[in-house]
Design a protein around this ligand. Structure first.
Ligand code: F6R
Length: 242
């Protein structure tokens, strides 16, 4: 399903509705897959609002992050674990011990990736995965040419993604080039996914995602084969759709 929204607030509500549905259906035992970056932030703000104003409870809910920079520990200012605490989990009643991410500081990142993938499976899998999309069509940090069957592993960021993410760091050379990311095969096992994007710079990737041929050149196209995928985009991000 593709939903084109006319404001960031409407997009945030649509994405938050998906979260609320899964949390209510899970009766306190739902497992969420969380993304970082700019795209989900409005939806997280809306979830914090619903928690405060409407009593939406995350007690008992478990969460797995999509990815983490290799070399950054959970408290490093630019770590994704810290990002998710600042933008969501510190402001809701989720148990911190149930918010899990790949350990960027692990001595053996390859083994850490395998462990993390197994821990998602052992927990019973993810009920709802939220995703952004890179300007090059990545989901998680599965850059172009990633295997569509890939599992959680170490990846090298493309120059484009390093440039795109430099805004979160003091200098472009501070952006780590290696990441731990859920694989495309891992993401596809989530029972539902919701991808959200805004802005003209995402339009080419969104057009490929929705209308392009299934191809590892544009990793997000894998979602065409997902049985329960929702795409929430603003008019600018939808501008290249036919
Ligand atoms: C973040 C992630 C990435 C971002 C993507 C878009 O956890 O996995 O795939 O979703 O790079 O980033 P923004 O939303 O900052 O444009």
């Amino acid at each position: 399903e593709v939903i084109i929204v006319s404001s960031a607030e409407e997009g945030a509500r649509r994405v938050a509705d998906e979260f609320e549905r899964v949390i209510r259906e899970g009766s306190g035992r739902a497992t969420l897959g969380l993304a970082t970056g700019s795209s989900p932030v409005h939806a997280y703000t809306e979830l914090i609002r619903r928690h405060g104003d409407e009593g939406l409870s995350f007690a008992g809910t478990r969460a797995f992050l999509l990815d983490e920079y290799v070399g950054l520990d959970a408290d490093a200012p630019q770590s994704y674990h810290r990002f998710i605490r600042e933008h969501l989990t510190d402001h809701i009643d989720i148990d911190d011990a149930l918010v899990l991410s790949p350990r960027g500081e692990a001595e053996d990142p390859v083994a850490e990736a395998r462990r993390y993938d197994a821990s998602i499976r052992e927990s019973g899998g993810i009920d709802l995965q939220i995703l952004g999309i890179g300007t090059d069509g990545h989901i998680g940090f599965n850059e172009p040419t990633s295997s569509l069957a890939s599992r959680t592993r170490v990846k090298t960021l493309t120059r484009q993604t390093v440039e795109d993410n430099a805004r979160f760091f003091d200098a472009p050379e501070d952006v780590p080039v290696h990441v731990l990311t859920q694989g495309i095969g891992t993401i596809m096992e989530a029972r539902a996914v919701v991808l959200t994007a805004s802005g003209r710079q995402k339009a080419a990737a969104v057009a490929q995602l929705v209308e392009g041929p299934l191809s590892a050149r544009w990793p997000a196209t894998a979602l065409q084969a997902h049985p329960h995928a929702t795409v929430v985009v603003d008019e600018e991000a939808a501008a290249d759709l036919e």
